[in-house]
Design a protein around this ligand. Structure first.
Ligand SMILES: Cc1cc2nc3c(=O)[nH]c(=O)nc-3n(C[C@H](O)[C@H](O)[C@H](O)COP(=O)(O)OP(=O)(O)OC[C@H]3O[C@@H](n4cnc5c(N)ncnc54)[C@H](O)[C@@H]3O)c2cc1C
Ligand code: SF4
Ligand code: SF4
Ligand code: SF4
Length: 437
């Protein structure tokens, strides 16, 4: 194995961008597949120095997965639920805006001079791009989660001369940053690692599916969760917030959130299926949604925040003291339950075993050797094999075929949702729950 090409050939590239950030020959670019997953590709200028292999989180040469006694949980110092106190940030945030409020605090206190974030950009269809913000006022356009892939770490090429950099990233991005820092002095200026919880990212073609429901010629921007206090005269609560496509002309198209939820399984890659690090163990501070937790404002939305390092812990305390965020402490056990950590252990083990038995090119990676639960049934494994095969079959379809297939899945889901919402069905279900021993 002389470079990371075999990682992509094995469908295990997570699009983090760490290899591209460190390659001395600029020999790596990204190829987008039918489903809109990105795979790192190596060209002829590669000199086989193998540095990319050393920083790839799918290979994990630095053995990050063995650092904590429980790699699914890592170390958690303090957990909070709360929000940004600046209404402008809170209103446009994915959850409670704590992530953007933290970056703004870092800029305003001269603790960073650059932040690597991402934004939705208009093109023929909207695409996500990483960018380097150099001041607090460049951060607002980065707000909200982009559920499709983005190779954030490539942007580190632009921050070499910066004094102190913050990176916001998914767990695979933050593992990539951690490996880059351990591998080369060049990346020691990354001082703050702000992580998001991540269940999975989805292929970019999902955006084409959503756009196929509009007849607009003008390119638009997608917001995956348009929580709002009043938009177009309508109130969108956080939990059921719809998708919004917004256009420069001021026009908005609003689609129900089932357009994303119905397609999650179809667009989930093999790499995400075997990812143990949902809770972003190498971050200083982690941000997410307080799913399954009590005392949450489920109407307007709040952030789940937890600190992992002394640096992150002090930063969050300072932010609370200064009134930048308003937070109440939260229960760590409740957090782990709400994020379904034990279910993750199981599904990662099942999918690692399923991936092993598929006739695919393999790479030398720990990802195949994950066996965190021992009682995997044949049925569980078979279903995982079928899901993986389904993904690979879909990768061979054209974009038009994928859009057609996705629209059929959406239709079926909407019919099922309608049926489930029927009054009689709801009553029958309630009775069943009551008589269940
Ligand atoms: C792909 C994905 C999956 C997620 N899965 C879960 C989950 O299963 N459970 C859960 O509790 N939370 C999950 N989250 C986190 C959640 O959606 C919010 O991002 C988090 O609560 C922070 O909200 P906020 O209001 O504080 O952030 P905001 O103030 O809205 O700021 C958002 C920040 O996220 C960054 N960002 C957005 N999209 C991406 C991306 N694709 N890659 C890297 N950085 C990005 C932006 O640059 C910005 O800095 C996920 C996020 C993403 C992007
Ligand atoms: S082996 Fe070296 S030159 Fe080749 S792609 Fe990897 S980092 Fe670049
Ligand atoms: S370093 Fe990241 S982008 Fe490069 S091959 Fe590995 S997972 Fe893919
Ligand atoms: S599930 Fe893991 S590999 Fe997939 S995008 Fe999230 S952090 Fe990256």
């Amino acid at each position: 194995m002389n470079n990371i090409q075999s990682v992509s050939d094995a469908y295990l590239c997570s699009n983090c961008g760490a290899c591209k950030a460190i390659c001395p020959e600029d020999a790596i670019h990204f190829k987008t597949s039918s489903l809109g997953r990105m795979y790192a590709e190596v060209n002829d200028s590669c000199i086989e120095c193998k540095v990319c292999i050393k920083v790839c989180p799918s290979i994990d040469s630095h053995n990050l997965q063995t650092v904590f006694s429980d790699r699914y949980i890592g170390e958690i110092k303090t957990a909070y639920i709360g929000k940004a106190t600046d209404f402008k940030i809170y209103k446009e945030a994915q959850s409670g805006g704590a992530c953007t409020a933290t970056l703004i605090y870092l800029f305003e206190h001269n603790l960073i001079d650059a932040a690597i974030v991402c934004r939705m950009k208009t093109a023929n269809h909207p695409v996500v791009e990483a960018y380097v913000a150099e001041s607090a006022n460049q951060l607002l356009e980065s707000q909200k989660s982009k559920y499709t892939v983005v190779e954030i770490l490539s942007a580190l090429k632009q921050t070499a001369t910066k004094r102190s950099v913050a990176v916001v990233g998914l767990p695979c991005h933050i593992e990539g940053v951690e490996s880059l820092i351990r591998q080369s002095k060049k990346f020691k200026n990354v001082k703050y690692k702000l992580g998001l919880i991540c269940d999975r990212s989805l292929g970019e073609t999902l955006e084409d599916v959503v756009m196929s429901y509009t007849n607009e010629k003008e390119p638009g921007i997608i917001e995956w969760r348009k929580k709002d206090f009043s938009a177009d005269g309508k109130y969108y609560p956080y939990k059921t917030a719809p998708i919004r496509i917004k256009y420069n002309s001021g026009k908005n198209i609003v689609l129900p959130n089932i357009y994303r939820f119905a397609l999650k399984e179809m667009f989930t890659s093999p790499r995400c299926r075997v990812c143990y690090d949902k809770l972003n163990t190498f971050s200083d501070i982690v941000f997410g949604d307080p799913w399954g937790m009590s005392d949450v404002d489920w109407n307007k939305g709040e952030s789940l925040v937890f600190t992992r390092t002394s640096l992150g812990d002090k930063l969050m305390s300072d932010m609370i003291s200064s009134g930048t965020v308003s937070m109440k402490t939260a229960d760590i056990e409740e957090l782990l339950k709400g994020q379904h950590v034990n279910e993750r252990r199981r599904s990662v083990s099942v999918y690692a075993s399923a991936l092993n038995s598929l006739p695919l090119p393999k790479t030398d990676s720990y990802l195949y050797k994950q066996n965190d639960v021992s009682d995997i049934s044949d049925n569980e494994k078979l279903s995982a094999i079928n899901n993986l095969k389904g993904f690979l079959d879909n990768e061979n379809l054209s974009k038009e075929e994928l859009i057609g297939k996705a629209r059929m899945i959406i239709e079926e889901n909407m019919k099922r949702q309608k049926f489930n919402n029927l009054f009689v069905i709801r009553i029958l279900r309630k009775i069943k729950r009551l008589i269940k021993p």
